[in-house]
Write a protein that binds this ligand. Structure first.
Ligand code: NAD
Length: 477
């Protein structure tokens, strides 16, 4: 039984739900479904624990946070196996990248908290202003299922390191590693009430959490429609909204072709394509479009799909039957819209799977060419391993099409022309642009999006926006 963590105690609920392995269909655990009263208890515990945690000497707090990072680093294999079982993500990614990155989240923010500073603003010799950054209070941390452990720790680490207390609600589809995180947090010496976990669905447990008046801030990662709902329902609170994406990859004919091809394939098919920053709209200059499409399709066809626990597997199983229906529905839509299918398709690769995986939510890496920017497969977030390849003429043409979309999270640019790099970087409507590189995270930089991809940024001192209250002190001299 996966229990809630409330005020340092593991607590069952009257109701439960179940979490399943998306590759095998096996039921993994019965999970406590936190009631409204239990959510209120968790928030009350976080509120009571706040003053002592916020006022703990920062060196001491940072040592506890670092210890939690160490415990994650010591448990990478167990956490990765658990994450793979709960989400269908390939083990080669959970074990080699996603779980190790989670440990780094704690190391990074433990260090950053110690170096926190404010600003001074002298007004001639009359007055002196200085700013203090103080913790916000009780924060609700709400996470999606796609990379649950990485995303959950990306919120927990700055939240706690900067002196806040937390109530976390992980996705109902992927609760296992968050439960493990709670156990490691207790082992690291995080005091009772500082880090609480409530499990359940958005409409029940989630709703009780976001509407609680003692929650001062909500750090939310998830779908755009959920984010809008939370902003309109939660009342007066601080929000950080990390929402959906349809990120453009812009590939010019003067690029390093092989590297761009590698990155484009990885950008849409890694993490099963269930990735907010997936390079899901691939714009290719018309002079190299035919060759690029043929090479891309050949690469997609070679990707190993299957048992997520096999270290050779590159695409595992999608999170749920409902999500599989959505993703394959988009593939059918693409065919109906007149795009040309050049790899994969909507059918399950059942024949290639061993018996115990035949019921899993598997899908072949899929690609379309002859896509136009007005098709639904080019406009809407599919959140699966489905690439759309769109030709463009020149710089103006690709900027216009890349920006002609509701979302604005990440973007990727492949060219050897430095002038083009700086011009496009300025004009692209996205929170991040990666030039001649894959999505590489430096934890000091702002992460987040504009337009329908969200509001606010997290990362480095940008995390102060949500996890700190700046206070001005104005003194007469
Ligand atoms: P979702 O919006 O359905 O759910 C996200 C979380 O919100 C879950 O824990 C869910 O239970 C909770 N929730 C749902 N309704 C709620 C409510 N009314 N009140 C409070 N909580 C509620 O999203 P999902 O399907 O789990 O995740 C996929 C989405 O997440 C995609 O759109 C993806 O792009 C986005 N995402 C964004 C980023 C980013 O950093 N921008 C990162 C990962 C995923």
């Amino acid at each position: 039984m996966i229990k809630n963590l409330i005020n340092g105690k593991w607590v069952e609920s009257k109701e439960t739900f179940q979490t399943f392995n998306p590759a095998t269909g096996e039921m993994l655990a019965e999970v406590a479904h936190a009631s409204d009263a239990q959510v209120a208890e968790a928030v009350a515990a976080a509120k009571a624990a706040f003053p002592a945690w916020a006022n703990m000497p920062v060196a001491k707090r940072s040592r506890i946070i670092t210890k939690l990072g160490d415990l994650i680093a010591d448990n990478v294999e167990a956490l990765a196996q658990m994450e793979t079982a709960d989400t269908g993500l390939p083990l080669y990614q959970t074990q080699n990248a996603l779980v190790p990155r989670a440990a780094n989240n704690f190391y990074f923010f433990a260090e950053m908290a110690k170096q926190m500073n404010g600003h001074t603003y002298p007004m001639d010799d009359q007055m002196l202003n200085y700013s203090l950054y103080q913790p916000t209070g009780v924060c609700a941390l709400i996470s999606p299922w796609n990379v649950p452990f990485m995303t959950g720790t990306w919120k927990t680490a700055p939240c706690l390191a900067l002196g806040n207390t937390a109530v976390m609600k992980q996705s109902e589809l992927s609760p296992l590693t968050t439960d493990f995180l709670g156990k490691l947090a207790m082992e690291a010496g995080i005091p009772a009430g500082v880090f609480n976990i409530v499990h359940g669905f958005g409409a029940t447990t989630g709703n009780a959490l976001i509407t609680n008046p003692d929650v001062a801030a909500i750090s939310f990662t998830g779908g755009t429609s959920t984010g809008k709902h939370i902003i309109s329902t939660a009342g007066l609170k601080k929000f950080s909204m990390e929402l959906g994406g349809k990120s453009p990859v812009m590939i010019f004919d003067d690029c390093d072709y092989d590297r761009a091809l590698d990155a484009a394939v990885f950008g849409i098919f890694s993490i099963n394509g269930e990735r907010c920053t997936a390079g899901s709209r691939i714009f290719v200059q018309e002079t190299i479009y035919d060759k690029f499409c043929a090479d891309f399709a050949a690469r997609a066809d070679k990707i190993e799909v299957g048992d997520p626990t096999d270290m050779n597997t590159k695409v595992g199983a999608l999170i749920s039957q409902q999500h599989w229906d959505k993703v394959t529905g988009y593939i059918k839509t693409g065919i109906a819209e007149g795009a040309t299918l050049i790899a994969g398709g909507p059918e399950k690769p059942t024949a290639a799977l061993p018996d115990h995986l035949k019921g899993g939510h598997f899908i072949r890496p899929t690609a379309f060419r002859d896509v136009t920017n007005d098709m639904r497969i080019a406009r809407e977030e599919i959140f699966g391993p489905v690439a759309v390849l769109i030709p463009f003429k020149d710089e103006e043409d690709v900027i216009r099409m890349a920006n002609d979309n509701d979302y604005g999270l990440a973007s990727y640019l492949w060219t050897q022309d430095n002038g083009k790099v700086h011009r496009i970087a300025r004009r692209i409507e996205a929170g991040m642009i990666f030039v001649n590189s894959q999505n590489v995270r430096d934890l000091r930089t702002p992460f987040g999006g504009m337009k329908a991809s969200g509001t606010g940024r997290e990362g480095g001192t940008y995390s102060y926006e949500i996890f700190c209250e700046p206070k001005n002190v104005c003194i007469s001299m």
